[in-house]
Design a protein. Structure first.
Length: 434
């Protein structure tokens, strides 16, 4: 029974994550709020409100049904056109961003909450005015016209126009590469700092005298983490330590090992553990800093492609990567999480620093080895990081190895002896700015 409840809770958690992360989440909520406002005002409008508006600001009150219908119909048609225009423009800008920067940036741009709120206000205003339009009667009694509701509908129309101006400003700003890179950098840095704070508080010892037993996956997909709260509860109920095997962002196949436990689990318990795995085709920078590093690197590499050839953007990405990698130096390759109130622990792996560094720099070297300015920037980055105090000594070895490989590529690809000499001097005497 306890396992069944745990499984149900895990399924509810995944459904909640799916709903909240949907692009339609905020628009639907806002539209429902506008619908409720319309229903309340049309059916329960207090005559005192309309009389107050008539007595004090009569110029704002429409007392003719045909005029009210015309006004509301105009607002509905106008805001529908506004919505179509706004998001047609979004598609054009997103296509440009995909072509010029990287297609993996699109989920972050599309899921921007500010733009979802604007869409929600558009849809909500349309729904509100439709409900009020239906409620307009041909009675000669001004009070029966729901004049206050019509006035509110006009106010919502004006709000939609203001949102349109805000939307134009916001989308034109956020589509700029400086803003995109800054946003990715801030989110990734926040995640790294959060891991560093947690890393300092955790007990790194992870020992178990028992033999480890494997739990294999029953599903496939991109692994994005686990439901930690449910996993901790399961560990308390079964008195077991857990090792998480895959690294976030990797693709998991059926029958692939995903957990190791220090007790033998039956098939039902293994199935329950499988429910804790979060699979998703979309990626969240606030949960996986590796994705942020990759996105910044992809922008830099795309900038150096022959069709774009923008060394300035590539250098900017290297500056951001330098600061993020300096933070990564303060994190161990494996994170140990203690289950509160017990001595049980979870070991969660991160991508090894040397593999992560190689995956970033190998493509930079391939696309940038002909550009002396970018090569110098890469060398400065590696030299700066190699002087930092790492969490593990192997990190420094990985950085020195990449410096050697960088110089080998430079010796082979930089044809101008004068440029090559500058790089050799920088290698011999590091300088962290130029």
């Amino acid at each position: 029974m306890a396992r069944m409840l745990t499984k149900i809770k895990a399924q509810i958690y995944f459904l909640y994550r799916k709903v909240v992360s949907s692009i339609a989440f905020y628009p639907v909520i806002i539209a429902v709020v506008f619908l409720l406002i319309a229903v309340v005002l049309v059916n329960f409008e207090n005559n005192i409100l309309t009389k107050y508006v008539q007595d004090h600001i009569k110029c704002l009150l429409i007392d003719d049904p045909s005029t009210a219908r015309s006004m509301l119909s105009t607002l509905i048609g106008g805001i529908i056109s506004l919505t179509v225009f706004s998001f047609s423009m979004v598609m054009v800008l997103l296509n440009q961003a995909s072509t010029n920067f990287s297609p993996r940036l699109l989920p972050g741009l599309i899921s921007d909450k500010k733009h979802q709120i604007v869409l929600g206000i558009y849809i909500g205003t349309i729904i509100y005015n439709i409900i009020v339009l239906v409620g307009v009667t041909s009675s000669d009694d001004v009070i029966m016209l729901n004049g206050f509701s019509v006035l509110v509908g006009i106010a919502f129309g004006i709000l939609s126009l203001c949102m349109f101006v805000f939307f134009i400003h916001s989308i034109s700003n956020e589509i700029q590469i400086n803003t995109i890179l800054s946003t990715i950098f801030i989110k990734t840095k926040g995640r790294l700092e959060h891991i560093i704070d947690g890393d300092r508080k955790q007990d790194k010892t992870f020992r178990s005298d028992k033999s480890w037993n494997e739990v294999t996956s029953t599903r496939t997909g991109y692994y994005q983490g686990v439901n930690l709260s449910a996993l901790k509860q399961f560990m308390k109920e079964n008195d077991t330590n857990v090792k998480i095997i895959p690294v976030k962002g990797t693709y998991i196949f059926k029958e692939q090992v995903v957990f190791s436990t220090d007790i033998q689990l039956d098939d039902d318990a293994s199935e329950v553990m499988n429910e804790f795995i979060i699979f998703s085709s979309s990626f969240d920078l606030t949960e996986n800093y590796i994705l942020g590093l990759r996105q910044i690197a992809e922008v830099g590499i795309k900038a150096m492609s022959p069709g774009i050839n923008d060394p300035g953007t590539a250098i900017m990405t290297l500056d951001y990567l330098t600061e993020l990698l300096a933070l990564r130096l303060q994190i161990t390759d494996n994170v140990v999480i203690v289950v509160e109130g017990t001595e049980l622990k979870i070991e969660s792996p991160a991508m090894p620093f040397d593999k992560m560094l190689y995956s970033i720099l190998a493509t930079y070297r391939q696309y940038c080895k002909h550009d002396i300015v970018v090569m110098k920037k890469m060398l400065q980055m590696l030299q700066y990081l190699s002087k930092r105090e790492p969490k593990e000594s192997s990190y420094t070895d990985a950085l020195k190895y990449e410096i050697v490989k960088l110089m080998e590529d430079a010796e082979q690809c930089v044809k101008n002896e004068h440029d090559l000499q500058h790089l050799r001097e920088l290698h011999a005497k590091p300088q962290y700015s130029f």
